[in-house]
Unconditional design. Structure first.
Length: 214
C-alpha cells in the first residue's frame, strides 16, 4: 500500500480496496497441485529404483511452488481502489500501470454476477464514464455490490461537498454574514465529518475559515 499512498493527492484518502476474487487463482492452484502430485509420485518411484535421484526429484517441487507464489504475488498487487475523489486501478508487480477515473466523470456503473458469483461473492463491474476511454471493465471483483455502493456513496459525497463549498463561499465573501448561517454550515460540515466524507483535519480547516468571519 505504500505505492498507493504515493499516488494520493492532498486531502485524498483511500476508502475501499478490492482485488480479484480468490477463485481466479483456482486454475493455478489445481495445476500446481497436479504437478506436485506427479513429482511426488516420481520421487517415490525414483527412491525405489534409483535412490540417488530422490533429492533431485524433491527439487522439482520448487517449480509448482514458485509458480504459485509468482501468480499469488501478481494477484495481490492488482488493486481496485476507491478514494474520496477517484477510482484507481493498479496492476503489475515490478512495472506498475496505473489508470484512474475521477468520480464526477462516472456516468453509470453496471454490475453482472453469475449464479456462482452470487454464491461466492464476486462479479464483473463495468464503469461508463465521460473520459476518453469511456468504458472500463473490472472482472471477477470480490464483493462487487459493496464496491459499487462505495463508488456511489463517494460520488454523492463529492456532489454534497460541491454544494457545501458553494454555500460556504457565499458566506465567506459576504461582508457581514449572519452568525446563524455560519452555525448551520458548521453543523452540516460536522455531519460530513461524522459520515467519513471529510477528515478531521479538513473539518477543522474549514471550520476555522467560517469562524473567522464571525
Amino acid at each position: 500500500m505504500k505505492y498507493v499512498e504515493r499516488l494520493l493527492a492532498c486531502n485524498e484518502r483511500v476508502v475501499r480496496v478490492a482485488r480479484d476474487h480468490w477463485i481466479t487463482l483456482l486454475p493455478t492452484i489445481l495445476i500446481d497441485i497436479a504437478i506436485s502430485i506427479v513429482v511426488v509420485g516420481l520421487v517415490v518411484l525414483g527412491s525405489l529404483l534409483s535412490p540417488p535421484w530422490t533429492w533431485f526429484g524433491l527439487l522439482l517441487l520448487l517449480v509448482p511452488i514458485g509458480h504459485f507464489l509468482l501468480r499469488f504475488w501478481r494477484w495481490w498487487n492488482d488493486l481496485y481502489i476507491v478514494t474520496n475523489r477517484r477510482l484507481i486501478r493498479v496492476t503489475g508487480m515490478f512495472n506498475k500501470r496505473v489508470s484512474d477515473t475521477a468520480l464526477e466523470k462516472i456516468n453509470d456503473i453496471l454490475m453482472e454476477q453469475s449464479s456462482l458469483g452470487r454464491m461466492l461473492g464476486f462479479g464483473d463491474i463495468e464503469i461508463i464514464s465521460g473520459s476518453e476511454k469511456g468504458i472500463d471493465m473490472f472482472q471477477h471483483v470480490s464483493d462487487p455490490i459493496g464496491f459499487k455502493i462505495e463508488m456511489f456513496d463517494q460520488k454523492e459525497a463529492l456532489a454534497r461537498m460541491d454544494v457545501f463549498e458553494e454555500q460556504a463561499g457565499r458566506v465567506v465573501r459576504a461582508e457581514a454574514p449572519a452568525p446563524g448561517g455560519i452555525s448551520e454550515l458548521i453543523s452540516e460540515l460536522d455531519g460530513l465529518r461524522q459520515k467519513g466524507l471529510i477528515t478531521d483535519v479538513e473539518f477543522e480547516e474549514k471550520k476555522q475559515q467560517l469562524l473567522a468571519k464571525i
